[in-house]
Design a protein around this ligand. Structure first.
Ligand code: PSU
Ligand code: MN
Length: 315
């Protein structure tokens, strides 16, 4: 194990010291969620979108046991390449990758942990993990759920991935004290689709309002996160009903092929892409950029709020 387990890029370090807005981005979506080599462009474009809206991107992953905050283009390319052995680590396996000096992609749970450690409270991804369909049999519930319940982070996403059992995922988020907040929507978006039958009780209309809610959570010290649900743009959306049967088939296939544990989500995402002739993949990329953009806008507002409130109440 190396002496130094963290590396922060110069740019991200500078931004944090200067209290500039920073948005955390994860690497599992790069290494295990999207096919090579298009995953490289997607990761780089997410960073570009964050910059365009005024924040500094901090893509997070583990390289030979070093947790890296603000991956360089070379490092992103390394993690994106499926020829390399890249583990997929949740917060519970992060220490394994560090101790054994492995390279690893970090999921929402691991990325949230690291971002919070460096006081970055805003994070963009595609969709959070949650309660899997058939949970009665498999007990497969993503570590993302538990982490969201204890790490104060605003996760900007297009809801939970529609391959999941969405009603159960929503219930568990509520049980864990996670605020599930709709961005200009009162229904829980289903990743590839803008709508789902599940309603959300709480909504914000602007990045500033989202920043107020985040600030409130941090000031109260309430543990756990906020899931800011940003529906996929209309042009790229795939209707909920259209995907249901395809997802059900893919879930049965995963079961038949004994796909288990961490392999389940990547398997389902890639099967869906095949079965929709790449439409779901296109949608996945579009929602990632859309979330990166919103997260950056919220981070800018949050930064301004923090500067103002420092003068008055010392937060
Ligand atoms: N968003 C995407 N694609 C992904 C993920 C998010 O558009 O692949 C990743 C996230 O890292 C999330 C993980 O934490 O999927 C969930 O994996 P699991 O179900 O094995 O916990
Ligand atoms: Mn799982």
């Amino acid at each position: 194990m190396k002496d130094i387990i963290y590396k922060v890029s110069e740019e991200v370090e500078r931004a944090l010291l200067d209290e500039k807005p920073v948005v955390a981005l994860e690497s599992t979506v790069i290494s295990h969620g999207l096919p090579y080599p298009g995953n490289i462009q997607t990761a780089l474009k997410m960073e570009e979108v964050v910059r365009k809206e005024g924040s500094i991107p901090a893509t997070i992953g583990v390289l030979n046991g070093v947790v890296t905050v603000g991956l360089s283009q070379k490092e992103i390319e390394y993690l994106a390449d499926t020829n390399h052995t890249i583990l997929k680590v949740g917060v519970g396996e992060l220490d394994y990758a560090i101790g054994m000096e492995y390279s690893a992609a970090t999921t929402v749970s691991a990325t949230s942990w690291i971002a919070n450690f460096f006081k970055i409270p805003i994070f963009a991804t595609g969709g959070i993990g949650g309660v899997h369909r058939g949970v009665e049999k498999t007990w497969d519930v993503s570590q993302d759920m538990h982490s969201l319940g204890r790490i104060p982070m605003m996760v900007v996403c297009a809801g939970a991935k529609s391959i999941l059992d969405l009603p159960k995922t929503l219930e568990l988020l509520e049980s864990y004290g996670v605020l599930t907040l709709g961005y200009q929507t009162d229904c829980f978006p289903a990743f590839y689709s803008r709508e789902s039958p599940m309603k959300l009780a709480h909504t914000v209309q602007t990045p500033l309002d989202a920043a107020y809610v985040l600030m409130s959570r941090l000031k109260t010290g309430i543990p756990g996160g906020i899931v800011l649900c940003n529906p996929i743009p209309k042009e790229e959306a795939v209707p909920y009903e259209e995907l249901e049967s395809i997802i059900n088939e893919a879930v049965i296939e995963a079961d038949r092929n004994h796909i288990e544990k961490k392999a389940v989500t990547p398997f389902l995402l890639s099967r869906l892409s095949q079965k929709t002739g790449g439409r779901s993949l296109k949608a996945n990329k579009a929602l990632l950029f859309h979330n990166a953009s919103l997260a950056s806008k919220v981070a800018v507002e949050f930064g301004a709020l923090r500067r103002r409130s420092k003068k008055t109440i010392g937060f």
